[in-house]
Design a protein around this ligand. Structure first.
Ligand code: DAH
Length: 369
């Protein structure tokens, strides 16, 4: 009997000192399991004389229920403790900045593409995509620039030999597109008016200085419908520029120009303040060229399979790199393509700062840069 008291105390101590549920369960098995200490003792009762059997059996039962009670209590305690620890380890402070800190940045050129698509998208334009390697029909001929047309010399074209088994043939050679204007033709070939598309893409010319790189970026625009006039062109591009530079008013002028694929043709300038170290859009008395545009030439409509007596249209070509330099004050175009991480960190945008007309083009809840 004395031993039993001691054993009980020892077991209860063990139970109350257990720290994790697994230990507690091990104790339970060691005492009350099939081969447990107490179970063994109960099995041993059978061999005792009746009186002892009764009195020891009673005591054992009392000890057993005490132990069961203690295990139950400790189990609850440990379960609560475990839950509390879990909750503590899972607390989330939603006001903390994102971790790990985002490393990647969106390149300013990608950002401009997004912004241009967001603005024209809201005006109802679709986005068209075409090949970088182009045939001369789409890059030149169909755009009212037949072979030997002097305007071909305006663009320092990269030609590709399209059949390596034969000597280079200037007449059939492919080009890497010198402009996105070929997309005007590709669009007309696929679709009857009304047409309202922009075509962003890479373009290539053999040129290299602070404002020219062999690969650069353009966005072509094309609108064709019945009764389209120069007024539509002017209104559309003026609205675009105001939205793009995020200014309510912006001085613009259209300067007569020449492109073979438009008649009349113009270039659009925006008013700015140009000093040695500063370029400010919408102020001052200087002018800066931002795009070429015009009314689509009847020959171009014909080449695209559209009747010029029934339909008219306007087209424009934006220099994306130029726009990025202007909007974000980046002085040297060549740095765009140097893949310098420090540069990208400075001029790039966080991926969450997406452009939309409702969310704000370049300012999205303070998440810029
Ligand atoms: N393709 C011209 C260039 O790369 C830009 C351009 C001018 C596009 C006038 C047009 C346009 O669509 O109408 O210099």
């Amino acid at each position: 009997m004395e031993n039993l008291e001691e054993l009980k105390k020892e077991i209860l101590d063990k139970i109350n000192n257990s720290n994790v549920l697994k230990d507690l369960d091990d104790i339970r098995i060691a005492i009350l399991g099939k081969k447990g200490k107490l179970t063994d003792m109960m099995k041993g009762l059978g061999s005792l004389p009746l009186e002892e059997k009764i009195s020891l059996g009673k005591s054992l039962n009392i000890v057993k229920s005490k132990i069961e009670e203690a295990i139950e209590k400790q189990k609850k305690f440990l379960e609560e403790k475990a839950l509390e620890e879990k909750l503590k380890s899972e607390t989330l402070d939603v006001t903390l900045p994102i971790r790990p800190e985002t490393q990647g940045r969106i390149h300013p050129v990608s950002k401009i593409y997004e912004e241009v698509a967001a603005i024209f998208g809201q005006m109802g334009f679709d986005v068209a995509d075409g090949p970088d390697i182009e045939d001369q029909f789409h890059n030149f001929n169909a755009l009212n620039m037949p072979a030997n047309h002097p305007a071909r010399q305006m663009q320092d074209t990269f030609y590709l030999n399209n059949d390596p088994t034969k000597p280079f043939d200037m007449d059939t050679a492919y080009v890497i597109r010198t402009h996105t204007s070929g997309m005007q033709i590709r669009t007309m070939e696929k679709q009857q008016p009304p047409i309202r598309i922009i075509a962003p893409g890479r373009t290539y010319r053999s040129d290299y200085d602070a404002t020219h790189t062999p690969m650069f970026h353009q966005v072509e625009g094309l609108v064709i419908d019945k009764n389209i006039t120069l007024a539509h062109l002017k209104g559309c591009l003026y609205d675009f520029m105001k939205a793009f530079f995020e200014l309510d008013e912006l001085p613009v002028r259209y300067r007569p120009s020449y492109f073979p694929f438009t008649e009349p043709s113009a270039e659009m300038d925006i008013g700015c303040l140009k000093t040695k170290n500063e370029l400010k859009i919408g102020a001052g008395t200087d002018w800066l060229e931002v795009l070429g545009c015009g009314m689509v030439h009847p020959n171009v409509l014909r080449a695209g399979g559209i009747n010029p007596d029934e339909y008219q249209g306007f087209a424009f070509g934006l220099g994306v790199d130029r726009l990025a330099m202007l909007k974000y004050g980046i002085p040297d175009l060549r740095t765009f393509f140097e893949s310098d991480v420090r540069w990208l960190k400075h001029y790039g945008f966080t991926p969450l700062d997406f452009s939309s007309m409702t969310g704000g083009l370049s300012d999205n809840g303070g998440l810029t840069r």
